[in-house]
Ligand binder design. Structure first.
Ligand code: ATP
Length: 290
C-alpha cells in the first residue's frame, strides 16, 4: 500500500531580526537559516519516517532541487515531483528575540501542478492506497475526484483553513483532520458539527489537550489526551500527527491505535526545535518514555 501526497514543498527562510519590520522600513537581519518546510513536505516526511511508502506529488522550481534531495534522503518517493519554471514555494520568516514572528508566504511552484502531472502520478496508484492533500497546492478538486474514481481512501488536512476550499472537496472525502479553530470555522461556514459532516472519519486536534476522533457512521467519538511533555516548539506538531495517523491507517492499524502512535510522535516533536528535519522515526516513537 502507498500514500500519495499532493502537497506543498517550501523553503522556510528564517531571518533573525532585532525587531519586526514596520511599513517602509529597511531592516538588516543578523542571521539566515534555511529549512525544508511546507505542510505537504512535512506530512510526507512524517509518514515516511513512520515506515510508509509515500509518493509525493508536487512541484519545485530549479531553485528547489535541494528540497527534493532532502525529501529523498528522508525516504520519500520523489519521482512525481515536477520541476517547473516558477520559483519554489517559500516562506520568509522574520523572528525577533522574543520569539514573535512575521511570515510572508509565496506559493510559487506549489500552484503550478498540472492536471496531466496529477493524472500520470495517480494512474500508478492502486485501489486501497491513500490520497492526502492539504490547502497549499492547486488542483485539489481534480485530485479528490480522481482519488474517488480510483478507489483510494481520500484524506484532507484542512490547513491553512479556507472554508470554500474545504467545502469544495468535502463530498469526496473519507477522512478529514482539522484543529479546533478550523473545526469551529468549518462549523460556522456549514452549520455542521464534526460528527455531522458527510465524511466517515474525522479527527479534531486540540494541541496540548489531545484530540477527538469521530466515526460518523456509528456516531461514536473517542477522546485521546495528549502526552504531558515540556514543549519548546510546536511548529509541525499537527503535520507530524497527521503523517503518523496516515501511516498507521496505511498499515491497517485500527484508528485508535494509529492515533495513539501519532500522539507519541507529535509529543516528541514539540520537545524539539525545527520542522521536517527533526520529525522522529518510528523507532524513536516506540522507544520514547513518555
Ligand atoms: P500546528 O501547530 O502544527 O499547525 P495543529 O494546530 O494542526 O498544529 P495541534 O492541535 O496543535 O495541531 O496539535 C496536533 C497534535 O499534536 C495534538 O493532538 C497533540 O497530540 C500533539 N501536541 C500538540 N501540542 C502539544 C503539546 N504541547 N504537548 C503534547 N502534545 C502536543
Amino acid at each position: 500500500m502507498a500514500i500519495w501526497n499532493l502537497g506543498s514543498i517550501n523553503a522556510d527562510m528564517v531571518y533573525a531580526v532585532p525587531h519586526l519590520p514596520g511599513p517602509g522600513e529597511t531592516l538588516a537581519a543578523t542571521e539566515l537559516s534555511q529549512f525544508l518546510g511546507g505542510k505537504g513536505a512535512n506530512m510526507s516526511v512524517a509518514a515516511a519516517r513512520a515506515g510508509a511508502h509515500v509518493c509525493h506529488i508536487g512541484a519545485v522550481g530549479a531553485d528547489g532541487r535541494w528540497a527534493v534531495d532532502r525529501l529523498t534522503e528522508y525516504g520519500v518517493d520523489t519521482r512525481q515531483i515536477a520541476e517547473v519554471s516558477a520559483p519554489t514555494g517559500h516562506a520568509i520568516i522574520a523572528v525577533e528575540a522574543s520569539g514573535e514572528n512575521q511570515i510572508l508566504l509565496f506559493a510559487g511552484a506549489n500552484h503550478a501542478i498540472t492536471t496531466d502531472q496529477l493524472g500520470q502520478a495517480m494512474s500508478q496508484a492502486g485501489a486501497g492506497d491513500i490520497l492526502v492533500l492539504q490547502n497549499e497546492t492547486n488542483a485539489q478538486v481534480e485530485a479528490v475526484k480522481m482519488g474517488r474514481e480510483l478507489g483510494l481512501k481520500v484524506c484532507y488536512a484542512a490547513a491553512p483553513f479556507d472554508a470554500d476550499a474545504v467545502q469544495a472537496v468535502l463530498p469526496y472525502l473519507d477522512f478529514l483532520i482539522l484543529n479546533e479553530v478550523e473545526a469551529a470555522q468549518l462549523q460556522e461556514a456549514t452549520g455542521m458539527a464534526p460528527q455531522d459532516l458527510p465524511v466517515a472519519q474525522v479527527i479534531v486536534t486540540f494541541g496540548a489537550d489531545g484530540a477527538r476522533y469521530f466515526d460518523t457512521n456509528t456516531g461514536e467519538n473517542q477522546v485521546f489526551p495528549a502526552f504531558k511533555v515540556k514543549a519548546v516548539d510546536t511548529t509541525g506538531a499537527g503535520d507530524t500527527f497527521t503523517g503518523y495517523v496516515l501511516a498507521g491507517m496505511d498499515r491497517g492499524l485500527p484508528m485508535p491505535q494509529a492515533i495513539s502512535q501519532a500522539m507519541r510522535a507529535a509529543a516528541i516533536m514539540v520537545t524539539r526545535h525545527g520542522t521536517a528535519d527533526v520529525i522522529p522515526d518510528l523507532k524513536d516513537v516506540q522507544d520514547a518514555i513518555l
